[in-house]
Design a protein around this ligand. Structure first.
Ligand code: SF4
Length: 633
């Protein structure tokens, strides 16, 4: 009997798809089990499951009605009850129908789904420990959907870092580390899940869209030879694996899901591998040599082929409906056909086949349309353009291990960006040397991760960013800096949230960095003028920005006359010239040493309600009142 397997990623934001679950999906499908992936509100998911059962019953009562067209409304009714109006149509004028709808609503309210759970196995992944609440809530909810609690498996990053805490709050002992041994999910099974190819199709089952798609996700090494004390890698991947063949993984992905544009490698320290040259040669052979381009496959042909093969019907029905929509939109919007009758003809075919919505479309009806739609899709919607494809060692490479030889080798592939960690000011020499060496090898697009809020001082972060900006100018490079706030991963007080404040940092400084980064989308690009406007021209200006009220940081050009004068072209489109910052600055500068000290102490706490800013001194009070200005005031 195939098992019903549910894979869940808690509903936090995630840039990258859950690779572990994608491999687990391949594993269970290999064994013939039915796999379903969910990321979202689990209450919605339960209502969705109940609705599927209800639809089967309604079909038995009135077989001629296309009940699936009511899927959204019935799902919402099951979840929210009378707040949702059931259509006043003939379809519902039957007491059997209405009784069953009410019955399923009651099943939801009474949580009957917990008494008769439908899944044989549930696997839940976890990510950062600061997603604590949503992770624990998800596990506690999901475990009630599984027939046997011992078949609920929790894995991933947070599970590996703080398994005891997870067990304490959920009663389930998580699996730690990577799935690199046989028998981790089924005792007698010899398959090593970590070596399996990823099942990309599960990503189309959900509404959530990951930030990075259209890439092969893989590893060419695992772990790291170092043990930096701020880093989780030594816990997550304690054994350094110096070589993992990419070939098998990529070839099987191409076979099933088609070519992907980029190659995203999650290696933690690829330069430490003695087989680095072999890894780069593999990457070149797989189509990523310097200057390599990519021509996307026809997504409609691929979806139809995979639907025919039964690779993941739920996913490919959804994709096909989306592609129909896209095709119709292109024909309609771009007026490709002078004669709009083509649009009407295609629309009518899709509509008549009930393939305009994923919940009414069926595999059979989509496949029946395939030969009609395919030429139109090819003609109007598939115009592949050859584009550069890139390799990205996404977790960064170790600046200290960069040499002329390995950069020359790396430049043989389309590396972009080359990510180099610059975690503290003391490694500036190694960092600078690394950038210069990479630039000499012809690598022009780089980025870095800059850890802050650890043992560094705020001004160190300023200098690290400035050094990078200067290197960009001097060497004509594009280097994006990504400041990343340090969170302790296993500190009993702080691992659950993002409240940790480093030794030399305060809440206000952290907010100030984040306020600047909000307007730059989290990264600092090239351009000295841009950087100086954002973080200041020198240490004093940086300090001033850190202490400045947040609303004045965010709307610099509307509040600060000095900035307006300095960067007139940046103010062209600003609506106001309020001079608020100038007033704040004047008061701040007028405070003597003692008063300034008192004011800074209050500002650093970053709490500005009336009682928080109460102070006997009138001038300090006046200064602190600026911190109550809201961003949109
Ligand atoms: S070198 Fe990088 S991956 Fe390795 S332990 Fe240090 S921070 Fe972690």
């Amino acid at each position: 009997m195939p098992r019903e397997v549910l894979l869940i990623e808690p509903n936090y934001n995630n840039k990258y798809p859950p690779m572990g679950l994608m491999k687990i999906s391949t594993y269970y499908k290999k064994l013939g089990d039915n796999v379903r992936f969910f990321k979202g509100d689990l209450h919605d998911f339960v209502a969705e499951l109940l609705c599927e059962d209800l639809l089967r019953i309604l079909k038995a009562i009135k077989p001629k009605i296309l009940w699936t067209k009511y899927t959204p409304i019935l799902t919402r009714y099951i979840r929210f009850g009378k707040a949702i109006e059931i259509p006043d149509t003939k379809d519902f004028s039957n007491s059997d129908v209405m009784d069953n709808i009410e019955f399923y609503r009651k099943k939801y309210i009474s949580k009957e789904y917990q008494e008769n759970p439908r899944f044989d196995v549930i696997c839940i992944t976890t990510l950062f420990t600061f997603h604590w609440k949503i992770t624990i809530d998800t596990i506690n909810f999901a475990k009630n959907l599984c027939k046997d609690k011992s078949c609920v498996f929790i894995g991933g990053i947070a599970a590996t870092i703080v398994p005891d805490y997870i067990e304490k709050e959920t009663g389930i002992r998580p699996m730690t580390g990577i799935l690199d041994k046989p028998g981790v999910l089924d005792k007698k099974n010899k398959i090593i899940i970590d070596t399996l190819p990823l099942d990309y199709s599960i990503l189309y089952e959900i509404d959530y869209k990951y930030f990075v798609t259209d890439a092969y996700f893989s590893y060419s090494t695992r772990g790291c030879v170092n043990a930096c004390n701020f880093c989780a890698v030594p816990i997550l991947e304690p054994q350094y694996q110096k070589y993992i063949s990419l070939r098998k993984q990529l070839i099987s992905t191409i076979k099933v899901f088609g070519e992907q544009k980029n190659l995203l490698l999650l290696d933690n320290n690829v330069l430490a591998s003695p087989r680095f040259n072999k890894i780069i040669d593999d990457i070149k052979k797989l189509g990523f040599k310097h200057g390599a381009t990519y021509l996307p496959p026809n997504p409609y042909s691929l979806a139809i082929r995979n639907l025919r093969k039964g690779i993941n019907d739920r996913a490919y029905i959804k994709i096909c409906v989306e592609l129909f929509e896209k095709l119709l939109q292109i024909i309609k919007n771009q007026h490709i056909c002078k004669d709009i009758s083509i649009y009407h003809e295609i629309y009518k075919k899709i509509y008549d086949a009930k393939c305009d919505q994923f919940y009414t479309a069926t595999k059979k009806s989509i496949l029946a349309l395939a030969s009609f739609i395919a030429p139109y899709y090819k003609k109007y919607a598939y115009h592949p353009i050859s584009r550069q494809r890139y390799v990205d060692f996404n977790q960064g490479i170790d600046a200290r291990l960069i040499t002329k030889e390995n950069m020359k080798k790396l430049a043989e592939v389309n590396i972009r960006p080359l990510r180099i960690a610059f975690d503290y000011w003391e490694m500036r020499k190694a960092y600078e040397k690394a950038i210069r060496t990479a630039a000499k090898a012809g690598i022009t697009h780089m980025s870095n991760y800059m850890l802050y809020n650890y043992n560094d001082k705020p001004v160190d972060l300023y200098h690290r960013m400035l050094l990078t900006i200067n290197l960009c100018e001097e060497l004509n490079l594009a280097i994006y800096s990504f400041p990343m706030k340090y969170h302790p991963i296993d500190d009993p007080v702080f691992f659950k949230n993002r409240e940790f404040i480093g030794k030399y940092w305060c809440r206000k400084y952290i907010r100030a960095v984040q306020a600047v980064l909000t307007s730059t989308h989290g990264k600092i690009g090239r351009g000295k003028q841009f950087f100086e406007a954002a973080f200041g021209r020198n240490e004093n200006e940086f300090d001033e920005i850190m202490l400045m009220p947040e609303s004045l940081i965010i709307k610099r050009f509307e509040h600060d006359e000095a900035m307006r004068k300095r960067y007139p072209e940046k103010c062209k489109n600003t609506k106001y010239n309020l001079k608020t910052t100038d007033k704040w600055r004047k008061i701040f500068n007028s405070l003597d040493f003692e008063k300034r000290k008192i004011a800074i102490e209050i500002i650093c706490k970053n709490k500005f309600d009336d009682p928080d800013i109460y102070c006997k001194d009138k001038s300090i009070r006046k200064l602190l009142s600026f911190y109550q200005i809201q961003r949109d005031e």
